[in-house]
Design a protein around this ligand. Structure first.
Ligand code: CA
Ligand code: CA
Length: 516
């Protein structure tokens, strides 16, 4: 007599076939066994295994698609996060209305490469040693052999495809199908528009003429076409990545996006002139020396502050429009009811706050990011202030899609918060910028400890701009709270893997202030 294999043991599963095709295949095998068995024995076997088979088939057929959308260098200037009163993000806001907005979400590193390497592998920078713009995750010994997020889904029967920037570079390595970067950071004019000196990408203004010339428009159009043409009754669910490049510099967008923000009506970020007086020399050096972004003093004296803020707002509005194209296509497609949508940015961005520009700080302006999960079957229109991390995305998606749990992941599944945004949540968010420099963000506080031992502590209930450093407060209750936050600092820290980058240079420059 031949033995009937439970579905989990069906050998076809090991040949990389989708759950759905495996289930169908196993069903046909069971049917063929009927012919070889005594009818009574067949009935007993059927009674034993049919419920299991039915469950497995239902799981395979119902496994949801994943649409993972990234917006590069977008800080909290969105409707739901309230980072800037003039931010225009109707599509980010409508996505938030469909799911849960994590209003206290933070990157693990305020630079593209380490942030995305961490998100895509589920490992902190202090585990991998990838703290800065280099090395690439494939050059990091601890990351090289791990599944990245799309690879894990591919191994579990998903069709994976992407266009634009999901990883820091070379996305084609990690997706089965890659539509291209479509021109990446986009076309540039023959001469710079606003910042004549400095890094070639550092510029802002109205350019080019039409949306159709923008890479993000092409990336959105690629996704629209895929959503329109992928059959709903496909055997395999999809994992689609859509990575937008704006508002990353150059902060260029066509004129019509600037017209929403007349220059003479621009509201500048709230900045306190003496904000840096309560910071350590190390803190200031790490976040300013050797950086490629323009100096705040130059931006102000050149009369460019309003124009740069306008350009960032216009770039966000344009990226949001491209997001809207994709959401419209999803809604018009048969995939709407069976697709989990996740939206994130890889880190924050300063536009003059703490007298500086761009990323590369572990303050709220450098770390806070939009993070939205809209998953079928979960409550909509929710917002939570519990601390969330970008490296929570990986385990959350495993749980939402019913893929096997991965205990090596360093993040936490956010599913309890998708069910109840007020759920008990013992976790904090941890960010770093170089070995020894960490920020611990809890529901109400940010604690920072730098390599030289200097500390900062901010109470977000009273001080959303992090103007008042309370680290040396005499208040005993507050000191006890600070001590609680210190407990979350990593106990083990990987060495900084070598590379050539702004982060490496700033870290090196600040190290002169560390006493032996
Ligand atoms: Ca970025
Ligand atoms: Ca201050």
């Amino acid at each position: 007599m031949r033995r009937v294999l439970p579905l989990k043991m069906c050998p076809d599963r090991r040949r990389g076939r989708s759950d759905r095709s495996v289930a169908t295949h196993c069903l046909s095998k069971i049917e063929s066994i009927q012919l070889a068995l005594d009818p009574a024995m067949y009935k007993i076997l059927l009674t034993l295994f049919l419920p299991l088979l039915a469950l497995s088939l239902a799981q395979a057929y119902n496994r949801p698609n994943v649409l993972l959308i990234s917006i590069d260098d977008l800080n909290d200037w969105t409707g739901g996060l309230g980072g800037h009163p003039q931010a225009r993000t109707p599509n980010i806001d409508r996505l938030a209305e469909r799911g849960t907005l994590f209003a206290n979400a933070h990157c693990q590193s305020p630079v593209c490469n380490p942030s995305r390497a961490s998100l895509m592998t589920g490992r902190h920078p202090h585990t991998s040693g990838v703290y800065f713009l280099g090395p690439d995750l494939e050059q990091a010994p601890l990351l090289a052999d791990l599944d990245t997020l799309p690879e894990r889904f591919a191994k579990n029967g998903y069709q994976t495809l992407a266009a634009g920037k999901l990883f820091h570079t070379k996305d084609a390595r990690f997706f089965q199908e890659y539509g291209g970067s479509m021109g990446g950071f986009g076309p540039r004019p023959k001469e710079k528009i606003s910042q004549p000196h400095g890094h070639p990408l550092w510029d802002w203004g109205q350019f080019p003429d039409k949306d159709e010339e923008m890479p993000d428009f092409k990336i959105a159009s690629w996704a629209v076409e895929k959503l329109e043409t992928m059959p709903a009754d496909s055997e395999t669910p999809f994992f689609m990545g859509v990575g937008f490049y704006r508002p990353h510099v150059p902060m260029f967008a066509p004129k019509k996006w600037f017209d929403f923000f007349p220059l003479d009506e621009i509201q500048l970020p709230e900045v306190k002139d003496d904000d840096r007086d309560d910071l350590s020399d190390y803190s200031i050096a790490l976040t300013n020396e050797e950086h490629v972004s323009p100096e705040h003093e130059w931006v102000v004296s050149a009369g460019q502050w309003e124009h740069a803020v306008q350009s960032y707002l216009a770039s966000i509005a344009f990226a949001d429009h491209c997001l809207g194209m994709v959401l419209d296509a999803l809604d018009a497609s048969p995939h709407r009811e069976n697709t989990i949508v996740v939206l994130f940015s890889d880190h924050g961005f300063h536009l003059g706050e703490k007298q500086r520009w761009a990323k590369r700080t572990i303050w709220e302006d450098g770390d806070r990011v939009p993070l939205i999960f809209a998953a079928p079957g979960f409550p909509a229109g929710q917002k939570t202030a519990k601390p969330a991390q970008l490296l929570d995305i990986f385990p959350t998606l495993l749980e939402l899609t019913g893929l096997p749990e991965d205990s090596t992941q360093e993040g936490h599944s956010l599913v309890p918060l998708l069910k109840n945004p007020q759920a008990e949540w013992p976790h904090v968010s941890l960010s770093s910028f170089g070995r020894g420099n960490y920020a611990v963000r809890s529901e109400h506080f940010r604690y920072i400890r730098y390599l030289d031992g200097s500390e900062e502590f901010y109470d977000h209930r009273k001080d959303p701009h992090e103007w008042t450093n309370l680290a040396e407060s005499d208040d005993q209750a507050l000191q006890a709270t600070i001590q609680e936050h210190r407990q979350h600092l990593p106990k083990e820290e990987a060495e900084v893997l070598p590379g050539s980058s702004t982060g490496h240079n700033a870290y090196e420059a600040a190290s002169r202030l560390v006493k032996e």
